[in-house]
Design a binder for this molecule. Structure first.
Ligand SMILES: [Zn+2]
Ligand SMILES: [Zn+2]
Length: 122
């Protein structure tokens, strides 16, 4: 059972309202009056991640988070401006083939492609 305390709900809403991924400090700075301390934000994020409500990405040693939407897709991530562009999954066929071959029960996969968006290439 997923329990959203008031703090977790606020952290979740901040991520929901953001069009770009955020790290814990950025979430902290977006909460009015900094009313939730950073360690609580870390704990809330970890709870949301454990319950698959948000997804984590790494850049330069930091973790960034976005909402986990229901539809399965992957992302092009611009490492310069941190914009995420959803792309459709191109792997389902390949994974079907490999899981048969290795008798592996696949439950999930993650692939994120990093680079520069069109704007940042100039
Ligand atoms: Zn960019
Ligand atoms: Zn996929």
């Amino acid at each position: 059972v997923i329990k959203l305390t008031k703090q977790r709900q606020i952290v979740y809403d901040v991520l929901k309202n953001s069009s770009t991924p955020l790290n814990a400090e950025m979430v902290f700075n977006l909460i009015p009056n900094n009313s939730i301390d950073l360690s609580t934000i870390y704990r809330s994020i970890s709870y949301l991640e454990k319950n698959n409500m948000i997804l984590r990405f790494h850049f330069t040693g930091k973790s960034f988070y976005i909402l986990n939407t229901k539809s399965h897709h992957h992302y092009f991530v611009c490492t310069n401006c941190l914009t995420f562009k959803p792309i459709s999954c191109i792997l389902d066929g390949t994974i079907d083939h490999l899981k048969e071959k290795h008798k592996f029960l696949v439950t999930n996969h993650e692939i994120t492609i990093y680079g520069l968006c069109e704007k940042c290439q100039h």
